[in-house]
Design a protein around this ligand. Structure first.
Ligand SMILES: C[S@@+](CC[C@H](N)C(=O)[O-])C[C@H]1O[C@@H](n2cnc3c(N)ncnc32)[C@H](O)[C@@H]1O
Length: 229
């Protein structure tokens, strides 16, 4: 099974509905905080279920949602079909947006599932689709020295604050026996160092900086904000 196939199936990444809701709300609030202007055109690439997308849409002019998993896209289409400011992109993804039309492209918690060559291709696509002053934000990037305990501690802290601590403990046991852990062992997760990210951006015509904070609850991972050089 590939990561793409994994994300197209039902999975137990979230320990319960409360976890999923709090996660999606947090991501939506963080993305909304990145929107620069009320008329901004924003793409959330690899958006997942994006149940908080209406909050982002309220802060911008147009929100494009794209996920590689066809089943996720179908659910997004059903959920957001009546929301005028939200467009769910089809299988061609970012290619369905106009050249030089986007103010902000956000890729959160996706890079670890892409091959390096796929990320390089995405950098070229994003550069073509962004307005001259547009920003490309890549977040939740896993550094090479990250440990599994970093993710566990971040989840437990989030769960404690969110009132689903015991469900999170049970969820950790489920994860231990899950497809996710098996795939993590066989396919692995792509990791990048800070300097490596900045030079990858530079090689594709971006000037990038690591941000002080990450999107979401895991602050051991990294966020980068890039503009065209
Ligand atoms: C960990 S989830 C993150 C979802 C969302 N961005 C968030 O932060 O909650 C990873 C998502 O990336 C999507 N994905 C994986 N590979 C992708 C690719 N090549 N292009 C677009 N989306 C991809 C998966 O289908 C999945 O929904």
């Amino acid at each position: 099974m590939s990561w793409r196939e994994f994300w197209n199936r039902e999975n137990s990444i979230y320990v319960n509905d409360r976890h999923r809701t709090l996660h999606d709300d947090r991501i939506a609030r963080d993305i909304a905080g990145l929107v620069g202007a009320p008329d901004a055109a924003v793409l959330d690439f690899g958006c997942g279920e994006a149940s908080g997308a209406a909050l982002v849409a309220a802060k911008c002019g147009q929100l494009f949602l794209y996920d590689a998993a066809p089943n996720v896209r179908e659910r997004l289409r059903l959920r957001f079909t009546r929301v005028p400011k939200i467009t769910v992109l089809g299988a061609d993804g970012i290619d369905e947006t106009g050249d030089g039309s986007l103010d902000l492209v956000v890729v959160n918690s996706v890079l670890q599932y892409l091959e390096r060559a796929e990320f390089e291709a995405l950098l070229d696509q994003a550069r073509a689709k962004l307005k001259p002053a547009g920003r490309f934000v890549v977040a939740d990037v896993i550094p090479p020295d990250a440990k599994a305990t970093d993710d566990i501690l971040a989840l437990l802290k989030f769960a404690f604050q969110g009132g689903f601590f015991f469900a999170a403990l049970a969820g950790l046991v489920t994860t231990f026996f899950s497809d996710y852990r098996e795939l993590r062992g066989t396919l692995g997760l792509t990791r990048y160092g800070e300097a490596e990210m900045i030079s990858l951006f530079a090689a594709r015509g971006f000037s990038a900086k690591r941000a002080a904070t990450n999107i979401g609850h895991n602050q051991t991972r990294m966020m980068f904000v890039a503009t065209r050089a």
